[in-house]
Design a protein around this ligand. Structure first.
Ligand SMILES: *[C@@H]1O[C@H](CO)[C@@H](O)[C@H](O)[C@H]1NC(C)=O
Length: 281
C-alpha cells in the first residue's frame, strides 16, 4: 500500500467517524423513560417505537436539556383506527412555573383526519392553543416535525412548512420562554376520556397495541444546557432565524386552509379581550 492510499484510507475513516458521530442515533440522544418495554430503540439506534395497550402507554425523553434549539424528528403516527390515542411531542422545563412548547397528535377513526394540537406555555400558563388538520396522511410515511426556538420566536413546522409562529413580544408584556432549559419529551397514551369528540369515541382495544415510530432525531443546532451553562453549536444562523417571504406565505396558506381552532379568534373564551399577542400587529 502506498503512503498516499493509506493516507486516503485514514482520511475516509476519519470522515466516516465524523459522519457517524453526527448522524442521528437514539441510543446516544434519547432515553426511553416510561412504558415497561413498550418503548423500543431498534436498528442500532436508527428507529424508535412507542406503543400503547390497555395497561400502559410509553414515552421517551432527550438526554440533553436545551436553552434554545432547532430540533427535528421524523414521526409516523399510529395508523388505522387511532381514535382515543394521543401522541405528544414537546419541549418542557422543570418545576411549577415551567415553560412548554407542544405538539400533540390526536388520533381518529380510520379515514378521519388527525388533529394536530399546539400550545405554548410560559411560567406554567398555557391557554394558547391552535389546532390543525394536515394536508397529508401522517400515518402512511415518516414526516418531519420541527421546533425552532430562539430568543426572538418559536416556529412550529411540518416538512419545512411553518404552521405556527409565536413571536417574542415581551416588549408589550407578553411572556416568552427564554430562561429555563427544556428537554424533549414524547409519549403515546390513551386519552379516550376527552380526545375524540370530547370522549364520545372510545379507543378500540381490539386493535392494540398501537404504535408510533420515530427516526432521525436531530438537535445539531441547539444550545445544550449542562451544569448551569449553555454551549451552542458552532453554526448559529438558527439563533436569529425568521420566516422569509416564502415561509410567511406558506404559514398563511396553512392557517387559511388547515387551521381548525385558534385561541386568538375565540372571543367567547376571552370576554375581557383577547390576549395581547393576538392583537399585536
Ligand atoms: C376526527 O374526524 C372528524 C370528522 O372529520 C373531525 O371533525 C375531527 O376534528 C377529527 N379529530 C378528532 C380528534 O376527533
Amino acid at each position: 500500500m502506498t503512503i498516499s492510499s493509506s493516507f486516503g484510507l485514514l482520511v475516509s475513516a476519519l470522515l466516516a467517524f465524523v459522519f457517524v458521530a453526527s448522524a442521528a442515533n437514539f441510543n446516544r440522544d434519547i432515553e426511553v423513560t416510561w412504558g415497561d418495554g413498550r418503548g423500543k430503540i431498534l436498528d442500532n439506534g436508527q428507529l424508535l417505537t412507542l406503543s400503547l395497550d390497555k395497561s400502559s402507554g410509553s414515552g421517551f425523553q432527550s438526554k440533553n436539556e436545551y436553552l434554545f434549539g432547532k430540533i427535528d424528528i421524523n414521526i409516523k403516527l399510529v395508523p388505522g383506527n387511532s381514535a382515543g390515542t394521543v401522541t405528544t411531542y414537546y419541549l418542557r422545563s422543570q418545576g411549577s412555573t415551567w415553560d412548554e412548547i407542544d405538539f400533540e397528535f390526536l388520533g381518529n377513526l380510520t379515514g378521519d383526519p388527525y388533529t394536530v394540537h399546539t400550545n405554548v406555555y410560559c411560567g406554567g400558563k398555557g391557554d394558547r392553543e391552535q389546532q390543525f388538520h394536515l394536508w397529508f396522511d401522517p400515518t402512511k410515511d415518516f414526516h418531519t416535525y420541527s421546533l425552532l426556538w430562539n430568543p426572538r420566536r418559536i416556529i412550529f413546522s411540518i416538512d419545512g412548512t411553518p404552521i405556527r409562529e409565536f413571536k417574542n413580544l415581551e416588549s408589550i408584556g407578553v411572556p416568552f420562554p427564554k430562561s429555563q432549559p427544556m428537554r424533549v419529551y414524547s409519549t403515546l397514551w390513551n386519552a379516550d376520556d376527552w380526545a375524540t369528540r370530547g370522549g364520545l369515541i372510545k379507543t378500540d382495544w381490539s386493535k392494540a397495541p398501537f404504535t408510533a415510530s420515530y427516526r432521525n432525531y436531530k438537535a445539531d443546532d441547539a444550545c445544550v444546557w449542562s451544569s448551569g451553562k449553555s454551549s451552542c453549536s458552532s453554526s448559529s444562523a438558527w439563533l436569529s432565524q425568521e420566516l422569509d417571504t416564502a415561509g410567511q406565505q406558506r404559514l398563511k396558506w396553512v392557517q387559511k386552509n388547515y387551521m381548525i381552532y385558534n385561541y386568538c379568534a375565540d372571543t367567547k373564551r376571552f370576554p375581557q379581550g383577547l390576549p395581547k399577542e393576538c392583537t399585536a400587529s
